[in-house]
Ligand binder design. Sequence first.
Ligand code: NI
Length: 135
Amino acid sequence: MVYLTRVEHFNAAHKLYNPNWSKEKNEEVFEGCANENWHGHNFDLYVTVKGEIDPETGFVMNLKDLSKLVKQHVLTKVDHKNLNLDVDFMQGKMASAEVLISEIWKLIIPHLPVGVQLHSLKLYETHKSFVEYFG
Ligand code: NI
């Protein structure tokens, strides 16, 4: 079994805000991320798949296809978008990196070729903080 990773990049705006809480509590818990008029992040998404080596190509999966898949099914939906307002699969959810990564997982899974499994996703929200998800 070999693990193969592709990194893709996108920018998106968001706000972390729980409507059931007071403004003060939101600011206390979410700090800058509760800013009323949004703020942006430069996200790096690490997509790791695993599988056996295809003897004809020497690949687990063609990286070009993996990149295309992530662009088509994830980046077109989130890049240069407001996660709270513009992104259908984030509607009614907290726009945290944790929620986002678990939703991105569901977008990728159905499009992988037979014999290739999604192993993990890693999503950097800043260079100091990232989340990982294994399904
Ligand atoms: Ni933020």
